[in-house]
Design a protein around this ligand. Sequence first.
Ligand code: ATP
Ligand code: MG
Length: 364
Amino acid sequence: MSNPAKPRLLTGDTPTGRLHLGHWVGSLENRVALQDRYECYFLVANSHAFTTRAERPDEIRQSVLDIATDSLAAGIDPARSAIFVQSEVPAIAELTFFFAMLLPFNRVMRNPTLKEEIRDKGLGDTYPFGFPLYAVGQTADILAFRPEVVPVGEDQLAHLEMTREVARRFDQLYCGVDPATEDDAYVARGGLFPVVKPLLGRVRRLPGTGAPGPDGTLLKMSKSLGNAIFLSDDAATVERKVMGMYTDPARKRATDPGRVEGNPLWIYHETFNRDAAWVAEHEEAYRNGQVGDVAVKRKLVEVLNALLEPIRERRRALEARPDTVIDVLRDGTRRANAVTEETLALAKHALRQDFLPRRKLDLG
Ligand code: ATP
Ligand code: MG
């Protein structure tokens, strides 16, 4: 199944809920499109889900299955791409420990995505030790695959930057790579880990359907924030969410001039409505108080349901074969273990800690 001629692609999701439209434009759409060009690995980061919901293991378990189902329904082809469970890939946890030594503690705590999550998820100062550790773990999630490309949304850039730092530091310390080396030459100069590149989706950060946060900026659509339209929502739910979504709060009636910039209703149209002429014409009318929110929302319901219908249809087919998802995860995890065990052996060799050859994992 694995084709060494193809470069690898790695990305993933935390099982804290189901996949939504933000995932679609931020990463999933690219995943589906790149399956031919890359050997793809999609991680379901169940260990990381425990950072914010350690007391809800049943929910995490269900969410692992939901995310795998959503990915398949969205068009991930399990014959080409591996979907796998993080906690069943031990090399990732082992690399995390070594990588944690390569990042200064204060560097991790300054990571802007962690700070944003602490603020937006209301974690205060009660989050567990493992919360910042997840960002370090993510460097291992990625580097364990030595991928060429990592498709992510904008919020992940800070984590990708830490990953790049770990790769450079490891390669310099343990593989003798000269610190003056250009980022894309690390492997050619003897490094084990590539200085990986993020691939942003066509929308870097889709806002949610709710009101802005306390500082006035729109919050990103997020499974944890209750502001998401899910790929698994039925047509009536999509309609309810869109009809109730936040738009321009200053606009009281359809004849008031409306604000287009920074208005999620228009951000969604610009993102999902392929009829660019309709969007341009109606944005103008909205600005001039010639079209109401309701009409624009109705059109959006139509557009979103047209996008989601084929996904719903594939989901119905999957629901008729309940063992499919577990089989896909088992096979994907086996393939992920094959790659990451090889990386771990090479890393231990570079670290001069290759004392005992590793037993073969029981991979089910
Ligand atoms: P959580 O709220 O638990 O953090 P999430 O909705 O942020 O969940 P993740 O699993 O953290 O989802 O993210 C999975 C991938 O989807 C990441 O690459 C992330 O950047 C991308 N992504 C998530 N939300 C959005 C969004 N609103 N716009 C664009 N990309 C997004
Ligand atoms: Mg997130």
